[in-house]
Write a protein that binds this ligand. Structure first.
Ligand code: UTP
Length: 290
C-alpha cells in the first residue's frame, strides 16, 4: 500500500526559541526566505503525499494563513506581470490538500499524533515533525521511508547516529541491523542519560506508522517530561507488530534549536545561486577574524 497521508505536528510551544516564538510559531521561522514548515511540506509533496494534516494550537494561525490562498496578493502580482513572485506566493498549496486540526492542550508529541486518528482513517500514514528539516536532493527522507514501508508492510522510523553526548535530546533505539541501512527494533527510550542509552541511534523527526499506533497512544500515560510520548506508544506497538528503523541518507537540521537554525540558514544561503557569492565572501571575511 502506498503512503499518501502525512501528519505534521506543529502545536508545541517552541520554548527553546523564546522570545521569537511568543507570537510567531517556530514552524514559521524563515530559513533564508521560506518558512521552515514549507520545506517540510515540499518534502511531503516530493515523496508522493497527497493529503496533509497540520496539527496546530492557539497562536499558530500564521501557519493556517500561510497555506491559504492569498487571493488579493495574487491578483496584484498577476496584474503587474510578476510571474516569479506569483509562483513563490502560490507555493505548494495547489500541489497537496492541506487540512488542519487543533491540539487543544499541548500534552506532548504522542497526544498531537493522536489528534490525527480520524484523518488517518485506518490507513498507514507518515509523521513529519514541524521543526526537523532534512535535505537530500536525490531522494527525500520521507520517500526513503515510504519505500521501506512498501517492502515491509510495517512501521518504519527515520534514524541517524547522533553520538553518545547527544542521546539525552532524542528518542534512542535499542535495535539490531537487519541489512544495509535497515534495523529491526527491540526497544526505545525517550531522552535517556548516557549510561541508560542502548545506542546512539536516534529517531529524527520522520516516521511511517501503521494505524495500530492509535490504540497504543490511547493507552499511553504521561512519560518523560510529563508529556504523552510517541516513543512510549511505539514501544507498545512493538508488542504486537514488528517495527523497523531506517538510517536515512540526508542532512538533518533541528530548526527548533538555535544551533540547528543557524546552521540551516548558512547552508541554505550557500546553496542559493542568487545569494551564494556575496554571502560566501562575507563568511570568509568573518571567519578570518574569528
Ligand atoms: P518539541 O519538543 O521539539 O517541540 O516537539 P516544542 O515543545 O514546541 O519545543 P520546545 O522544546 O519547547 O522548544 C517536537 C514536535 O512536536 C510538536 C512540536 O510542534 C514539534 O514539531 N508538538 C510537541 C506538538 O505538536 N504538540 C505537543 O504537545 C508537543
Amino acid at each position: 500500500m502506498k503512503i499518501t497521508k502525512a501528519v505534521i505536528p506543529a502545536a508545541g510551544f517552541g520554548t527553546r526559541f523564546l522570545p521569537a516564538t511568543k507570537a510567531v510559531p517556530k514552524e514559521m521561522l524563515p530559513i533564508v526566505d521560506k518558512p521552515t514548515i514549507q520545506y517540510i511540506v515540499e518534502e511531503a509533496v516530493a515523496s508522493g503525499i497527497t493529503d496533509l494534516l497540520i496539527i496546530t494550537s492557539r497562536g499558530k494561525d500564521a501557519i493556517v494563513n500561510h497555506f491559504d490562498k492569498a487571493a488579493e496578493l495574487e491578483a496584484v502580482l498577476e496584474r503587474d506581470g510578476k510571474e516569479e513572485l506569483l509562483r513563490l506566493a502560490r507555493g505548494v498549496s495547489d500541489k497537496i490538500n492541506v487540512h488542519f486540526a487543533r491540539q487543544k492542550e499541548q500534552k506532548g508529541l504522542g497526544h498531537a499524533v493522536l489528534c490525527a486518528k480520524s484523518f488517518a482513517g485506518g490507513e498507514p500514514f507518515a509523521v513529519m515533525l514541524g521543526d526537523d528539516v532534512v535535505v537530500n536532493d536525490e531522494k527525500p527522507c520521507l520517500k526513503q521511508l515510504t519505500e521501506q514501508y512498501e517492502k515491509l508492510g510495517a512501521s518504519v522510523l527515520g534514524v541517524q547516529r547522533v553520538g553518545m553526548k547527544n542521546v539525552n535530546k532524542y528518542g534512542i533505539l535499542d535495535c539490531e541491523r537487519e541489512n544495509g541501512r535497515l534495523y529491526k527494533m527491540r526497544g526505545m527510550v525517550e531522552k535517556p542519560s548516557v549510561d541508560k542509552a542502548p545506542s546512539d541511534i536516534a529517531a529524527l523527526g520522520r516516521y511511517v506508522l501503521t494505524p495500530a499506533i492509535f490504540d497504543c497512544l490511547e493507552k499511553t500515560e504521561k512519560g518523560a517530561g510529563g508529556e504523552i510520548q510517541l516513543t512510549d506508544a511505539i514501544v507498545k506497538l512493538m508488542e504486537t507488530e514488528p517495527v523497523y528503523a531506517y538510517d536515512f541518507e540526508g542532512t538533518r537540521y533541528d530548526i527548533g534549536s538555535k544551533q540547528g537554525f543557524l546552521a540551516a540558514t548558512v547552508d541554505f544561503a550557500l546553496k542559493r545561486e542568487d545569494l551564494r557569492d556575496e554571502f560566501a565572501e562575507f563568511l570568509k571575511r568573518t571567519a578570518a577574524n574569528l
